[in-house]
Ligand binder design. Structure first.
Ligand code: C6P
Length: 415
């Protein structure tokens, strides 16, 4: 294989894209930075950084409260992001888009509000063996409180879900199925349409954790027919500290508020409080205005490049990295599903993943090592953790060559 890919370079100008990301152009430990930790958080393009600066320099004000000009500008910008996200995932209305701190808070919101209102003793909640702790622990808390049971869809050796076992787990007791659209540790893209259809036949609602899909997979919540969908801005080239919960309007209407405070009320008396309309019923207090405003520019960035073109390019990077790294001595790939987002996880026989991570960092290469907040999944593979390289649209084949060459040196040095 060569280090360039004319077919893809024609569609996306990677050099031009890289210029949009100032953080990439620096040296780390004396080498050009190779940032391959995009599943943890992606870097931010100038238009996102500038949106933050513009907000604080030009129109910082609280939203939905003031009638002065700055407050109106800030409110308009905040609501524009909601509109952009509504279109991005094809929700029916802006009322179905709730701003949260990100996927973790979105799942906790549903677990606390929907879980407290609708889960009873003896009910069952299904998650999968591929889940991040954020999609396990909130459900454990509900199950503990309500004396419900948490069931798990097993994972097959290549890192895909056992759908036959899933079918057997479903019953009239199942009330919620909560799975990720794509796995952060292995990259597996789950057959979510099938999972949703089967859950609905059993009468359960479905939440999809979209932390790893927002920047990589087309999302159409109406076509998927999911009941809830969660996104984190910071994994989609946007700022940290914000994200969304999408929920079907009829479900959100039925759910009690998650937090009490300003903004989520219609009228407060000491006798009784009435709640605001959607989506504000779930947005108590002053939100993270600046980061929500800048989130729109991250979605614009993705839309301008096109998710299909981005996914095709990242897929080519993944195939190239898989081919190069799987050939190295002692490397075992963890997660070889046929459908993957651009995540490559592996172990190296006889060398601890932390040591590999540190030695790569000494060469300017950033990867993540450890259990990736998926301890049950690591236990299922009989390992403590992996080395994970995850690719974004600004990564290049040259960077994968650098990763593969550095890994080879490390392996030869350590053996
Ligand atoms: N995964 C990773 O390195 P937050 O932190 O709320 O934005 O997202 C949590 C989360 C939930 N589900 C999945 C599938 C995720 O990947 C993540 C975050 C990062 O893999 C940080 S642990």
């Amino acid at each position: 294989m060569t280090s360039s890919s004319p077919a893809i370079d024609r569609k996306l100008d990677i050099d031009a894209i890289r210029k949009e990301f100032p953080v990439l152009h620096q040296q780390v430990n004396g080498r050009d930075l190779v940032y391959l930790d995009n599943a943890a958080t992606s870097q931010k393009p100038l238009k996102v950084i500038n949106a933050l600066i513009d907000y604080y320099q030009g129109y910082n004000a609280n939203i939905h409260r003031g009638i002065h000009t700055l407050a109106e500008r800030a409110t308009k910008a905040y609501e524009e992001t909601r509109h952009t996200l509504k279109r991005f995932i094809n929700a029916r209305s802006e009322q179905e888009i709730i701003f949260t701190r990100g996927v973790t808070e979105s799942i906790n919101l549903v677990a606390s509000s929907y879980g407290r209102a609708f889960i009873k003793e003896g009910d069952e909640i299904i998650v999968s063996g591929l889940e991040h702790h954020s999609n396990i622990v909130p459900w454990q808390l509900v199950c503990e409180e309500k004396k419900a049971t948490l069931k798990t869809i097993p994972v097959l050796p290549e890192g895909v879900l056992d759908l036959d076992a899933y079918r057997k787990l479903l019953s009239s007791k199942t009330k919620i199925v909560s799975v990720n659209h794509a796995s952060n540790s292995l990259g597996t893209i789950n057959p979510v349409k099938e999972i949703i259809k089967l859950a609905h036949e059993a009468g359960a609602v479905v939440l999809l954790d979209g932390a790893q899909s927002g920047a990589h997979i087309e999302i159409d919540v109406q076509d998927l027919d999911c009941d809830f969908y969660c996104l984190s801005s910071h994994k989609m080239y946007g700022p940290t500290g914000t994200g969304i919960l999408y929920g079907k309007k009829d479900l959100l209407e039925k759910m009690p508020p998650y937090q009490g405070g300003g903004e989520m009320i219609k009228e407060v008396t000491f006798e009784k409080t009435t709640y605001n309309d959607l989506p504000y019923k779930f947005e108590a207090g002053t939100p993270n205005i600046a980061d929500v405003v800048a989130y729109k520019y991250a979605v614009d960035f993705i839309n301008e490049l096109g998710r299909e073109a981005m996914a095709a390019y990242e897929h080519e990077l993944l195939s190239y990295a898989t081919e190069r790294i799987s050939k190295l001595k002692g490397v075992q790939l963890i997660g070889t599903a046929p459908e993957k987002v651009s995540v490559l996880s592996f172990t190296v026989e006889g060398i601890h993943h932390f040591d590999i991570g540190q030695m790569l960092d000494a060469r300017g290469i950033a990867v993540r090592t450890g259990h990736h907040c998926t301890q049950p999944l690591m236990t299922c593979f009989g390992i403590e953790g992996t080395v994970r390289a995850s690719f974004a649209v600004y990564n290049t084949r040259k960077e994968i060559d650098q990763l593969a060459e550095s890994l080879e040196r490390i392996i030869n040095f350590m053996k």
